[in-house]
Design a protein around this ligand. Structure first.
Ligand code: B3K
Ligand code: ZN
Length: 857
C-alpha cells in the first residue's frame, strides 16, 4: 500500500537528477511469487547538476543484496526507495531484489495475467521492479536477460541471443524506465513484415494466447498502414529490427508504447467480424497507430517530467486523429472527436477535476492521464496548426524532430520550435497549457447596409467576447488566443465568404466583412476550430438554414445538433411538444443519399443525457435525470412515428450486400442501419430487430439488434442465446455484461448491474469486466442518478472493494461523481455520503484519495 500522508509534487520544484546512466543490465529469474531481479547500472555524476543524495525509487521490493563497484553496501531503505553513500566519480550499482508478480493485482510493475508475465511501467511502475531513478528524464540503453521455462520471452529492442531457459534482448535506443517492458508466457504469434523507406526489413509480430491467432490480421494491417503513414506524412521511420505487440487480458488502459514491445489490452488489438463491432475495428486501428506513433513522439523524444505529459500524449492523439482522418472520413472523424471531447473533457474542465493541459501539481500522476491532457492537449495542437498553417506546422515538426531527438523535452521546447520555425510569438498562446477551464465565446452581429450612392455594399461585423469561468486554484483567467473559423452565406444559401480564420486575442474583439450585398448568415467556429463553448443566440430558422445549406460539414452537423438540443431542452423545461420543424429539417439531411451514410448516422445522434443536464444546469435549472430520459424517449418515438414511411427506404440504403469488411463505407452503412433499426423498433416492438438478431453474421449487426431488443423490453431470449453463444469469448462477454446495464431502463439499471456483479464471470481482477458493468452503470445517466441513490451506492461499494486490489482503475472510475454539483440537494447529499464513505475506507490508496478529495473540493 502507498504511504498514508501523500506528498504533492510541483512542477516548479523540478530538479535534474545528479547522475547519468551509461548502461543498464537486468536479469530476471522468473517465478510467480519470487521473481529475482538483478540489476547492474553504471552511473556517472552529471557535471553541474545540483548537489543531492543518491536516491533510487523502489516500492514493494525485497532487497536481497546491494553492491557498489563490487563491494556490499547497506542503503537506507524506506517505502519509497533507498539512499546510499556513493563515490564521487562513476560507479557500478548492483542490486538483487525479489518481487511477487502473481500477487500484483494493481497491474503496475511486473504482474501476471492468465499465467503470463507482463509489465506496465508508465508512469511509475518500474520502481516496483527494481531500485532505479524512475523518472522520464533519466534515459539509458538496456540489456535484459530473462530466465524461465516460458516458451516466449520478450523485452525491448532486438533479440541478441537465446537458449534453453533464457533469452536476451538489447535496446540500442536510450529510454526512460517507463518504456521498459517484459513479457513471458506460452504465447503464439501472428507474424508480418515491413520494409522501411530506407529499405530496412522489420519483423512484425502480434503475440497472443493460443486460440486468438485468428483475431490478429486486422491489427497487423493497421500497424503496416501506420508505419507507412508516419513515413509519408511525418518522415518518421522505424528504428529497430523487430516490432512486437502483445495482447494481455488484464490491463488498466488501452495499450502501452514500450519501445519495440507494445503491450495491448486484448480489447484494443484482437478483432474478428464475428466478435468485434465496426467501432471496435476503428478503435483498434486508432490505438495501434497511436502506440506506433509514440515511437517518435514519446520514445525518441520523451518528457522531461510527468507535468509535460501532454507533450507526448496531446501530440500523439493529434497524430492518430490525422491518421484516422486520412484512412477514413475526415468529417466523420472530426464530429466523432468533438462528441467525445464534449462528453469526457468538457465535464472535467467545468467541474472540480479541472486542471490545465499541463498540470502544475499532483499527488498521483496516474490520475492525470485525462481527457484534458490527451484530448484537449490534441485540440491545442490543432489550434497551433490552424494558426501557423500547414506549412508552418510541417516546418515546426521537422525542427522538433531534428532538435530534440534523444531529449526529454518540455512544452517550452515544443513552443520554441514553432516560434523558431514560423517567427511567431506564442507567449499568449501558451496560456492554453496553463489555464484550466473551457472558454465561453459569445458573439453579437451588426449589419450596416451599404449606400446605393457609394455602391460599396454593406459591412457585417461580428463582435466576440471570451470568458473562462474560474476553476480550482485559478480564479482569474486571461484571454486566450482563439482561432475562429468563419464563413458567410447569403440568404439563398450560397457561400459568399469562404472560411476565414479570425484570430481572437482580446477579451472582446470585432471583425468586419465589407462589400456585402445583403446581410449574411454566419457559420461560426467551423470545424470546431477552438475547444470552446459557443454561446450564440440564434433563431431556430437560422439553425435550420445552416442545417440545410452550410458548406462546412461540421457546422452543418452542429446546426442539427443545436436544434436537437434546443428542442429537447424545451421539452424538458417547459413540457413543449416535439419540434416538428427540427425533425423535418433533420429528415432532409438524413434522407439525402448523396451524403455519406456515416455522416447521416451522426446526424441522428442526439445530445447525451449528461450533456443536456449540463445545459440545464447552466440555464439555472436543476436537471432531473428521469425527465431528461423521458424527453429523449418521447422525441425518439415521435421521430420514428413521423418518419415511419421512410424507414424501409432508409433501411434498404443501409443494407450491405458485399462480404463483411470493417472499412469506413460499410461501417457507415451499418451505423445508419443501426439508427434506423432503433426507430423501427419503437414502432414494431422489436420485430425487425429480432429478425436481424437471428440472421446476423457479424457482431455489429448482432449487437445493434440486441440493443434494440433490450430497449423494447423484448430481449430475454436473445440475451440468453447471446450468452450461450459467446460465454467462451471474454471480449464478447464484456459486451454482454455492459450492454444490459447501459441500455436498461433507468429504474432497473442499478439492479441489473447488481445482479451481474453476482454472475460467475464477473471478476475484480479484470478491469475490462469491471468497467463493463460499473462503467456502464455510470454511463446510464438516469439509472446512475436514480433518486433513491441505489446507483451511487452500488458504484461506491465496488470502488471500495476494488481499491485494495487496483487503485488505478478505482481512481479513474471515481470521476463518475465529478458532475455531482449539477444535481438537486437530495442527490448531492446522497453522493456526498458515498464520497465520504469512500474517503473513510481504511488504507485508501493515494490514487483514490486524491481523486475523491478533489471531487469533494
Ligand atoms: N502512455 C500510455 C498510457 C499510460 C497510462 C499510465 N497510467 C498509453 C498511451 O497513451 O498511449
Ligand atoms: Zn499515448
Amino acid at each position: 500500500m502507498k504511504d498514508a500522508a501523500p506528498k504533492t509534487i510541483y512542477l516548479k520544484d523540478y530538479t535534474a537528477f545528479g547522475w547519468t546512466i551509461e548502461e543498464v543490465r537486468l536479469t530476471f529469474r522468473l517465478a510467480p511469487r519470487a521473481t529475482r531481479v538483478i540489476s547492474q547500472i553504471r552511473f556517472a555524476p552529471t557535471s553541474g547538476a545540483p548537489r543531492q543524495d543518491f536516491f533510487l525509487h523502489g516500492e514493494d521490493l525485497r532487497l536481497i543484496a546491494a553492491r557498489i563497484d563490487g563491494q556490499p553496501v547497506t542503503p537506507t531503505v524506506t517505502p519509497e526507495g533507498l539512499t546510499c553513500d556513493v563515490p564521487d566519480g562513476p560507479f557500478t550499482w548492483e542490486a538483487e531484489v525479489e518481487i511477487s508478480p502473481e500477487t500484483n493485482t494493481a497491474l503496475e510493475g511486473l504482474y501476471m495475467s492468465n499465467g503470463m508475465y507482463c509489465t506496465q511501467c508508465e508512469a511509475e511502475g518500474f520502481r516496483k521492479i527494481t531500485y532505479y531513478p524512475d523518472r522520464p528524464d533519466v534515459m539509458a540503453t538496456f540489456t535484459v536477460r530473462i530466465e524461465g521455462d516460458e516458451a516466449v520471452k520478450l523485452s525491448n529492442g532486438n533479440p541478441t541471443g537465446c537458449g534453453e531457459g533464457w533469452a536476451e534482448w538489447h535496446d540500442p535506443w536510450p529510454k526512460p524506465a517507463y518504456l521498459f517492458a517484459l513479457v513471458a508466457g506460452g504465447l503464439v504469434n501472428h507474424p508480418g513484415s515491413f520494409t522501411t523507406m530506407s529499405g530496412r526489413d522489420v519483423a512484425l509480430n502480434i503475440w497472443v494466447r493460443p486460440g486468438d491467432e485468428h483475431k490478429c490480421a486486422f491489427a497487423m494491417e493497421a500497424l503496416k498502414k501506420s508505419m507507412t503513414w508516419d513515413e509519408e506524412v511525418y518522415g518518421r521511420e522505424y528504428d529497430i529490427d523487430v516490432f512486437n505487440i502483445v495482447a494481455v487480458d488484464d490491463f488498466n488502459m488501452g495499450a502501452m508504447e514500450n519501445k519495440g514491445l507494445n503491450i495491448f489490452n486484448s480489447a484494443a488489438v484482437l478483432a474478428s467480424p464475428e466478435t468485434s463491432t465496426d467501432m471496435n475495428f476503428e478503435r483498434i486501428e486508432a490505438i495501434i497507430a497511436h502506440e506506433y506513433f509514440h515511437n517518435w513522439t514519446g520514445n525518441r523524444i520523451t518528457c522531461r517530467d510527468w507535468f509535460q505529459l501532454c507533450l507526448k500524449e496531446g501530440l500523439t492523439v493529434f497524430r492518430d486523429a490525422q491518421f484516422t482522418s486520412d484512412m477514413r472520413s475526415a468529417e466523420v472523424k472530426r464530429i466523432s472527436d468533438v462528441i467525445d471531447l464534449r462528453a469526457r473533457q468538457f465535464p472535467e474542465d467545468q467541474g472540480p477535476l479541472a486542471h490545465p493541459v499541463r498540470p502544475e501539481s499532483f499527488q498521483e500522476i496516474n490520475n492525470f492521464y485525462t481527457a484534458t491532457v490527451y484530448e484537449k492537449g490534441a485540440e491545442v495542437i490543432g489550434m497551433l496548426k490552424r494558426l501557423v498553417g500547414d506549412e508552418g506546422y510541417a516546418r515546426a515538426l521537422a525542427l522538433y524532430f531534428d532538435r530534440h531527438d534523444g531529449d526529454a523535452a518540455t512544452i517550452e521546447d515544443w513552443l520554441k520550435v514553432f516560434e523558431d520555425a514560423t517567427g511567431r510569438d506564442l507567449t499568449q498562446f501558451k496560456r492554453w497549457y496553463s489555464q484550466a477551464g473551457t472558454p465561453r465565446l459569445s458573439v453579437e452581429e451588426h449589419w450596416q447596409p451599404g449606400t446605393s450612392e457609394a455602391a460599396q455594399g454593406g459591412s457585417y461585423t461580428l463582435t466576440f467576447r471570451q470568458h473562462t469561468p474560474p476553476s480550482p486554484g485559478q480564479d482569474v483567467k486571461e484571454p486566450q488566443v482563439l482561432p475562429i473559423a468563419v464563413g458567410l452565406l447569403n440568404p439563398n444559401g450560397d457561400e459568399i465568404v469562404p472560411t476565414r480564420m479570425l484570430e481572437m486575442t482580446e477579451t472582446e474583439q470585432s471583425f468586419t466583412f465589407d462589400g456585402l450585398a445583403s446581410k449574411p448568415v454566419p457559420s461560426i467556429l467551423r470545424g470546431f476550430s477552438a475547444p470552446v463553448v459557443l454561446e450564440r443566440q440564434s433563431s431556430r430558422e437560422e439553425r435550420a438554414f445552416l442545417l440545410a445549406h452550410d458548406t462546412d460539414a461540421f457546422n452543418r452537423w452542429e446546426a442539427g445538433r443545436d436544434l436537437a438540443r434546443d428542442a429537447l431542452i424545451a421539452m424538458i423545461r417547459d413540457g413543449a411538444e416535439v419540434d416538428g420543424a427540427w425533425l423535418d429539417g433533420l429528415y432532409r439531411v438524413v434522407a439525402d443519399s448523396t451524403l455519406d451514410p456515416a455522416y447521416r448516422a451522426l446526424m441522428l445522434n442526439t445530445p447525451s443525457d449528461s450533456e443536456l443536464a449540463q445545459v440545464l444546469f447552466e440555464q439555472g435549472v436543476v436537471p432531473d435525470p428521469q425527465a431528461i430520459w423521458d424527453a429523449k424517449d418521447r422525441a425518439a418515438t415521435a421521430r420514428a412515428t413521423r418518419w415511419k414511411d421512410a424507414l424501409p427506404g432508409l433501411m434498404a440504403e443501409a443494407r450491405v450486400d458485399a462480404p463483411f469488411s470493417p472499412d469506413a463505407d460499410q461501417a457507415g452503412k451499418r451505423a445508419l442501419g443501426a439508427a434506423v433499426l432503433a426507430m423501427q423498433s419503437r414502432l414494431d416492438g422489436g420485430a425487425a430487430a429480432q429478425a436481424q438478431f437471428d440472421s446476423a453474421d457479424n457482431m455489429t449487426l448482432q449487437l445493434s439488434a440486441l440493443t434494440c431488443l433490450i430497449r423494447a423490453g423484448a430481449a430475454e431470449t436473445a440475451l440468453t442465446r447471446f450468452h450461450d453463444q459467446w460465454q467462451g469469448d471474454r471480449l464478447v462477454m464484456d459486451k454482454w455484461f455492459g450492454l444490459q446495464v447501459a441500455v436498461a431502463p433507468p429504474k432497473d439499471a442499478a439492479d441489473v448491474a447488481a445482479t451481474l456483479t453476482a454472475h460467475p464471470l464477473f471478476t475484480l481482477k479484470n478491469p475490462n469486466r469491471f468497467r463493463a458493468v460499473l462503467g456502464a452503470l455510470a454511463g446510464n445517466h438516469a439509472g446512475f442518478h436514480r433518486a433513491d441513490g441505489a446507483g451511487y451506492r452500488l458504484l461506491a461499494d465496488w470502488l471500495i472493494t476494488l481499491d485494495d486490489l487496483n487503485p488505478q482503475t478505482t481512481a479513474r472510475m471515481c470521476s463518475a461523481f465529478q458532475t455531482w454539483k449539477r444535481y438537486d440537494a437530495a442527490r448531492q447529499a446522497l453522493i456526498r455520503a458515498e464520497l465520504e464513505r469512500i474517503m473513510a475506507k481504511p488504507k485508501l490508496s493515494r490514487d483514490t484519495g486524491e481523486m475523491v478529495g478533489r471531487i469533494l473540493g
